[in-house]
Design a protein around this ligand. Structure first.
Ligand SMILES: *Cc1c(COP(=O)(O)O)cnc(C)c1O
Length: 235
């Protein structure tokens, strides 16, 4: 199957899941998780209708930006971001989805201030409390959200989560549901003037239908668009 066909199929599945949940298909953004894909594949995906690409590794981001591979789409950073690499990411992407510590948040603020811009971000929450994973705790998310309200060069747009890779359909529903509740709580706590929170990023190839059911506004899909990736070292 061509990339075009995969993109169309995933969009149809998203629309179906949205309608089943009593939601509008337009409420959900499809973000293509482009890790390990080539410049050419990314261009083909955008040609096929992808409007948002999510990149995991700074090195790949820089390499794709150099040749303008994302032309015609937005880029989000969705991987673990080290503080010493923020310079290569801030101002280069529309949204940093993976902010999970005060240190990283302050580093982004400092770089955005230097550039004279406001950087949109999401807070990544380790909603299943997995040892091996990035993301902050629910309590930390609440305090980081409050901190965002005091920073002039960072705009909090919402939350992101990567629950366990699910083998069972429906297994991650409780995590998605907890994320949605946290999203509502934080948004409420921030009040109208602070809050431009409109993005709840959750759901991957194995579980995006469930995530949409539970309120995701952005799903990050790799495998279902590009096929299985060769095994890589986590980073
Ligand atoms: C790779 C990746 C995805 C997509 O995963 P698939 O299971 O291939 O759809 C989504 N989000 C993040 C943060 C990723 O690293």
């Amino acid at each position: 199957m061509s990339i075009q066909a995969h993109v169309e199929q995933v969009k149809q599945e998203i629309a179906k899941a949205a309608i089943a949940a009593g939601r509008k298909p337009e409420e959900i953004t499809l973000c293509a998780a482009t890790k390990v894909q080539s410049h050419e594949t990314i261009r083909a995906a955008i040609q096929a209708g992808i409007t948002v690409c999510g990149e995991n590794r700074v090195q790949e981001l820089v390499s794709h930006l150099e040749v303008d591979a994302y032309a015609g789409a937005q880029v989000h950073f969705i991987g673990h971001l080290q503080t010493n690499k923020v310079k290569q990411v801030v101002g280069k992407v529309a949204l940093i989805q993976s902010v999970d510590s005060e240190r990283l948040l302050q580093a982004i603020e400092a770089q955005a201030e230097k550039l004279g811009i406001v950087q949109d971000i999401l807070l990544e929450v380790n909603i299943a409390g997995e040892e091996s994973k990035g993301g902050c705790t629910v309590d930390e998310a609440e305090s980081l959200a409050t901190l965002c309200g005091t920073l002039d060069h960072v705009q909090l747009r919402g939350l992101m989560a990567i629950p366990p890779i699910s083998s069972e359909p429906g297994a991650n529903r409780p995590f998605f549901s907890a994320m949605r509740q946290l999203f509502v709580d934080i948004k409420g706590a921030l009040g109208d003037n602070q809050s431009r929170m409109d993005c709840l990023s959750m759901g991957m190839s194995g579980d995006y239908r469930d995530a949409i059911q539970e309120g995701a506004t952005l799903v990050r899909i790799g495998t279902a668009l590009f096929g299985a990736r060769p095994p890589v070292i986590k980073g």
